[in-house]
Design a protein around this ligand. Structure first.
Ligand code: AMP
Ligand code: GLY
Length: 449
């Protein structure tokens, strides 16, 4: 079995680890991968020529060419960009097997308006909203904002690398965001339309489901911590940590989400043409009126994957293959009883302007701790980062905003939390930032039961 993995973050390291740990994969090629992925058994990282965009038709063709020339049996896509750009369509047209939805189902993430319309059609509970397109709609958008009580939520319609959403208690800031999207084109075409949403109050939940378009296999629920600082202060980020399971979430609640949200969405997508094959990530708010959808993603969450995949006791490749062959109903997934906590270590300056090139120490010591996984996210070999070597040097430096995701298993969330923070205490780099409260209130909640 030869697997191609697209992506190079912490999520992709967790996927790569999960794919290779069973020993059934002869070779895993990651594009671009990262030093953590490169150190896995039978894994190799390949970089496409500088400047090749994974959103462009040329980029997708280059990936399909590589899958063919390397005799790849299964391609797994980590990030959303290539999915929204149609990598699954391209691979299907060349007879190449790929785990991930085609471009039409991928619009669930690629266009917030598309997702909203599908939810309305299918009667799926979500925030009330208004949608506005073009500079001439800015006045109407602001009038709509003023008709809502705060906090105010404004979202660029398209993909904006997680930066297109503002949630604010200042209406002037929300109005400013409208102008930045519609009038000043801050996010280019991704922001030429905006969605203004009712604010949903309550704890968030991430429910990731694998699906072949008919059968749905829910993964254990997880919770992400989106804000940079402890106690949910500071700016929104890609995610500063996650944990699984979530003690306050019952099986009955998961069933309710599957019945009222995931199943209607998957079947609504099938009606529109292409079955959804891959991961559907539902971001929810557990409001007093019940669970409501915040967003859909069409890929594994980051850092949710790093907190969920260490708990998987079955072969991920087998499950993904079953999805691509429409036989998910024939496979079962077993999960460890243990809990998992993931703490992200981010670079100095994250999220606005992360600094690169800081030398990271303690990786081996942290990774050697039992039940602990140090997933690389934004790292590079020092020489490769300087552009003057073959990338084989042992020195690892920071090379992105979220640098590492340190996960640990434990008998309960408290133990898993201790494991993750003890491992993290071995690691150092200049300007390291991490939250000290990942899974803290959930662990206390669990203890008090
Ligand atoms: P998104 O990119 O849609 O995931 O939004 C980023 C974050 O903004 C979410 O994880 C929430 O924390 C917050 N958010 C988005 N939409 C809403 C909403 N309607 N009500 C409350 N918070 C929201
Ligand atoms: N953790 C949020 C995301 O993956 O979009």
């Amino acid at each position: 079995m030869r697997v191609l993995l697209i992506g190079g973050g912490g999520r992709e390291h967790a996927i790569a680890w999960s794919i290779t740990k069973g020993g059934g994969v002869d070779e895993l090629i990651a594009i671009p991968g990262n030093p953590g992925i490169g150190s896995l058994p039978n894994a190799r990282c390949v970089r496409l020529p500088e400047g090749t965009s994974l959103r462009s038709p040329e980029g997708l063709t280059a990936l399909a060419d590589l899958a063919e020339s390397e005799s790849i049996d299964l391609t797994v896509v980590g990030p959303e960009d290539p999915l929204v750009a149609g990598i699954a369509n391209k691979f299907a047209s060349r007879g190449l097997r790929l785990f991930g939805p085609r471009s039409n189902p991928a619009k669930l993430e690629g266009s917030k308006r598309f997702a909203k319309e599908l939810m309305l059609d299918q009667g799926v509970p979500t925030a009330a909203s208004g949608s506005f397109e073009g500079a001439e709609a800015a006045g109407d958008a602001k009038a709509y904002l003023r008709s809502l009580k705060g906090p105010w939520v404004v979202k660029a319609d398209g993909l904006a690398a997680g930066k297109g959403v503002v949630v604010t208690t200042e209406i002037a800031e929300a109005e400013r965001w409208v102008d930045e999207c519609l009038v000043e084109s801050r996010f280019g075409s991704a922001g030429s339309a905006v969605l203004i949403e009712e604010y949903l109050d309550g704890p968030e939940l991430s429910l990731l489901c694998l699906t072949d378009g008919r059968e749905i296999l829910p993964l254990p629920p997880a919770r992400d911590h989106k804000r940079l600082l402890d106690d949910d202060e500071g700016p929104n980020t890609g995610g500063m940590g996650a944990y699984s399971p979530v003690p306050t979430v019952s099986d009955a609640l998961i069933d309710q989400v599957l019945d009222t949200i995931v199943e209607p969405v998957i079947s609504g997508i099938s009606k529109s043409g292409d079955d959804f094959c891959g991961v559907l990530y539902t971001g929810l708010v557990l409001t007093e009126e019940g669970p409501k959808v915040l967003e859909f993603n069409v890929r594994f969450g980051d850092p949710e994957a790093q907190a969920v995949l260490p708990r998987l006791d079955s072969d991920l490749v087998e499950i993904m293959l079953a999805c691509t062959e429409g036989r998910l109903g024939q496979v079962r997934a077993a999960w460890k009883q243990e809990s998992c906590v993931t703490v992200v270590a981010a670079a100095s300056g994250y999220p606005d302007s992360p600094r690169k090139g800081d030398v990271i120490s303690g990786l081996d010591a942290a990774g050697a701790r039992p039940g602990t996984y140090v997933f690389h996210a934004g790292t590079d070999h020092a020489e490769a980062a300087r552009g003057d070597g073959d990338g084989s040097s042992a020195e690892i430096v920071t090379a992105g905003g979220r640098v590492l995701a340190v996960s640990a298993l434990g008998d309960d969330l408290g133990q898993a939390r201790d494991g993750a923070y003890e491992a993290l205490s071995e690691i150092g780099f200049d300007g390291i930032q991490f939250r000290s409260d990942i899974a803290r209130s959930a662990a206390l909640e669990e203890e008090s039961r």
